[in-house]
Design a protein around this ligand. Structure first.
Ligand code: PEP
Length: 252
């Protein structure tokens, strides 16, 4: 059993009316208690963060953003900064999600900058890494994940991982209903931990590495039961309270 506290985060992506989100927040809050072993967080779209703050204040569920701008404020139309997220009670922010990398052209260098900006403003970055199907089929999985991780470690140092969470999200498994097998996921999680351990074994042992990619209540237990898998970053299944709570229970 892992000595690290399990962590389950929901990435709502661009989903949810105000009414649907209020019901979802109420449902998640009702199902997660302070006695839960797993730490739980939800990352709604920016516009719903005040609602999350209102609904979740004082509960066992934290909240965070899905992205941030690296600047504090200024002429960046359409953007949201770290201090703004912090002001609305966010504890976490996702950086480097594959959709940001592929649809919005975020490079490893940009992701590393965002990771640093998050930490500079008191937010814990959830750093996403993962390979595409073509990269996996070309035996590039480890090289890709290493490159994405190294960009952050080179800029911010291995000690920065004391205040970060990593999410391994194979791109081919995100939103596809195709989950990595527990062994496939465990192999990459171990690779990531061993790579960090080459720089600092203590940090490697402590850092939480989540799996993301079509995780649901029915497959969460087996995935999170792997020695190097410390929880999940959940997309689709985080939009259904009962499904998300089933994953939280599996992580408990
Ligand atoms: C995600 O968007 O981070 C994700 C893992 O999505 P899904 O659970 O829907 O595959």
């Amino acid at each position: 059993m892992s000595k690290r506290r399990p962590f389950v985060a929901g990435n709502w992506k661009m989903n949810g009316s105000r009414a649907e989100s209020a019901a979802l927040l109420d449902g998640v809050k009702a199902g997660v208690s302070n006695a839960s072993k797993a730490e739980v967080a939800v990352c709604p779209p920016f516009i719903l963060i005040p609602l999350a703050a209102e609904k979740l204040a004082g509960s066992a569920v934290a909240w965070g953003g899905q992205n941030l701008n690296v600047n504090k404020s200024g002429a960046f139309t359409g953007e949201i900064s770290g201090p703004m997220l912090k002001d609305f009670g966010c504890s976490y922010v996702i950086v480097g999600h594959s959709e940001r990398r592929s649809l919005y052209g975020e490079s490893d260098a940009t992701v590393a900058e965002k990771y640093g900006a998050a930490q500079a403003h008191g937010l814990i970055p959830i750093l996403c890494v993962g390979e595409t199907l073509a990269e996996r089929e070309g035996n590039q999985t480890e090289a890709v994940v290493a490159r994405q991780l190294d960009a952050v470690l080179a800029k911010h140092g291995v000690a920065s991982l004391k205040n970060a969470i990593i999410a391994y999200e194979p791109v081919w498994a995100i939103g596809t209903g195709k989950t990595a097998t527990p062994q496939q996921a465990q192999d990459v999680h171990r690779f990531i931990r061993e790579r960090i351990a080459k720089q600092d074994k203590g940090v490697a042992d402590a850092v939480r590495i989540l799996y993301g990619g079509s995780m649901k209540g029915s497959n969460a237990g087996e995935l999170i039961g792997q020695p190097d898998i410390d929880g999940g970053l959940i997309g689709g299944a985080s939009l259904v309270a009962d499904e998300f709570l089933a994953i939280c229970r599996a992580a408990d």
